[in-house]
Design a protein around this ligand. Structure first.
Ligand SMILES: Cc1cc2nc3c(=O)[nH]c(=O)nc-3n(C[C@H](O)[C@H](O)[C@H](O)COP(=O)(O)O)c2cc1C
Length: 260
């Protein structure tokens, strides 16, 4: 029994790698073996064919498809480039075959290590892949520079949960892919972050920056933190009242005051 950790960043030993490793540490602490690979070590090419997904499957490195098929569960980590996962990870998703994927537990991590923008849209892309392959996604994990510490800790717990889910694998019921969609969709409707948009993303980043300031890990002075907190509260109030444009303006202002 082994969990496969997949690092989608071309940079080894950087943030994506560390986050995937934290999840695998959790897997191992739950008594399950784990194995890590780097997409950059494989010959992954963009699909430029004229057929459909079956043709695309012929392009993915066979070793990768075999590893994904054999894995009891998958951890997939990707860096965010321009608001979405990087091309290498997307090319992997487009061309890899995932035999025996029905209900396979899967954990996805997206790290937006610059401005933080794209941490939600990035993680959503990973879960779209899990969903379309009818894997059983758990614990979507959006990460920025501002919640990296917390994410590393949280991923150890998610890794344990993933190992547990692999031991008690629950395939979605149904004889065919089509028959399984109601239960697949029902499962994905319960996951965090998958319905969020750019406004929720800015609110999340603003909250992370406020939390850093409260813990003495921010760069803003007391005055700035007070101003940012007022902006944040106003954003929440506007959101509550359904004034989305105002909520957006206040959320961005809060973020901009605290950003470093
Ligand atoms: C082409 C490119 C585009 C990027 N776009 C974003 C972005 O939209 N949002 C963000 O927060 N960081 C962005 N970054 C920063 C990366 O997310 C950051 O460097 C991250 O740590 C990369 O993961 P790694 O350290 O595992 O390589 C970008 C980096 C590159 C190279």
């Amino acid at each position: 029994m082994a969990v496969l950790g997949i690092v989608g960043s071309p940079r080894k030993n950087k943030r994506t790698d560390k986050l995937v490793e934290a999840a695998l540490e959790g897997v191992r602490s739950a008594g399950m073996a784990a194995h890590k690979i780097y997409l950059v070590d494989y010959d992954i090419r963009p699909y430029c064919g004229r057929g459909g997904s079956e043709e695309a499957f012929t392009l993915g490195p066979r070793d990768l498809s075999r590893l994904c098929g054999e894995a009891e569960a998958i951890v997939l980590g990707a860096p965010v480039y321009w608001g979405d996962i990087n091309g290498l990870t997307k090319d992997f998703m487009d061309t890899v075959q995932t035999p025996d994927s029905n209900g396979k537990p899967a954990l996805g991590i997206a790290i937006a290590g610059g401005s933080g923008k794209g941490l939600l849209s990035g993680v959503q892309s990973i879960y779209h892949f899990f969903y379309h392959r009818q894997m059983r996604g758990i614990d979507p994990t959006p990460v920025s520079r501002f919640n990296m510490q917390e994410a590393l800790e949280g991923l150890k717990v998610s890794g344990q949960r993933l190992a547990e889910a692999a031991r008690n694998r629950q395939p979605f019921p149904g004889e065919s892919r089509e028959e399984r969609w109601p239960e697949v969709l029902a499962h994905y409707a319960t996951l965090d972050y998958l319905d969020d948009g750019p406004l929720e993303e800015f609110l999340m980043l603003a909250e992370q920056l406020l939390e850093l300031s409260a813990n003495g890990r921010g760069k803003a002075d007391e005055n700035e933190v007070d101003r940012a907190r007022i902006e944040f509260d106003e954003a929440l109030e506007a959101l509550e009242a359904g004034h989305l444009e105002d909520a957006a303006r206040h959320a961005v202002r809060c973020y901009q005051i605290l950003f470093f």
